[in-house]
Write a protein that binds this ligand. Sequence first.
Ligand code: PLP
Length: 390
Amino acid sequence: MKLSSRITHITGGGSDGWSVHYRALALKASGAPVTLLSMGEHDTRTDPSILAAMDAAARGGNTGYSPVPGFPSLRKAVAARIERQTGVPTGPDNVIIVPGGQAALFAAHHAVCDPGDTAVFIDPYYATYPGTIRAVGAVPRAVMAHADNGFQPLRADLDAAAKGAKSLLVNSPNNPTGAVYSEQTMHDIADVCRDNDLWLISDEVYDTQVWDGTHISPRALPGMAERTLIVNSMSKSHAMTGSRVGWVCGPAEVIHAIHNLATHNTYGVAGFVQDAALFALGQGAAAEDAVAAPFRRRRQIVMDALAGQNAVRAAPISGAMYAMLDVRATGMSGEDFANALLDAELIGVMPGESFGAGGAGHIRVAMTVADDLLADALRRIASFAGTLVR
Ligand SMILES: Cc1ncc(COP(=O)(O)O)c(C=O)c1O
């Protein structure tokens, strides 16, 4: 029996660049002392107070069906958070609760792209982007953000990619590059969307992890609220990756349409998880800062460990939990370097190429291990690279 071409084409074929990561995992499982810097997930777990709220909600009976678009209380809390960030009036009708940021990315593209439409995204990109676009039947089109421009996309490149497209997906703070889009970049993005009548899908899952500059949500920019869909989740901000709770925020008619999609797809998010999310949001910015604090600290550790050498250069680590390291001085591709590093030093990193052509000649280091391990690994990466520079 034949599967649908829609589902068989999601991955797009070809090498996915994850083989180094799987090799590192296998080595670690076999007992080798591998330092894994390839996982985009906190080395801490969800705060016990959030788990207590989840437990109390479940034991209190919130284990039945929940309203498909989310509990009004949680939609309201999310809307209030977005209104505080953007200054744009935002109510519960502008928000739908979905099972995580990935579900939000899928729902947002599903809502605005017809089969065959072109959906633009920025390369280097979070691994699922092209597949998510293909999964809704749209056609992915990459626009390069160049390392030499701090991985900020250029207006001219955005303009060229926007022609005939339906949507543009951006992600700031960015995985994998650690870039936080400048005010200029965000205004360019907004201009291009208005000029070309594009929907803007803004993935803001790292909005609490900003080390340089400020997080600008494009919903805040003039004329953008009506064409912007914010995608966000509790995964990175509250170390709730496993709880699968996130949202889409946008015009009420889009949210209504996504409600319809959710009715025929997820049928909502577990009520006790929503109660835990409501509790967590109620803890305010201090709780979010506490989850982000290790990455803020480790960003400095990375920069200190790489100081005084030229074999490896870090792109500006302005946000998120990653450092994108330029290894082009070694003459190797990111993938060859990552493989050689694993063999020689038992350090697992992601090749830049696994995030698209824009990541060529780079490796991505996730700052998701203890400070001393990270410092030691970075010093070993630099000294290993130094042996390769001619
Ligand atoms: C840029 C980006 N967007 C979306 C996601 C998905 O987030 P979630 O775990 O909430 O599905 C991730 C996860 O790593 C990410 O890095």
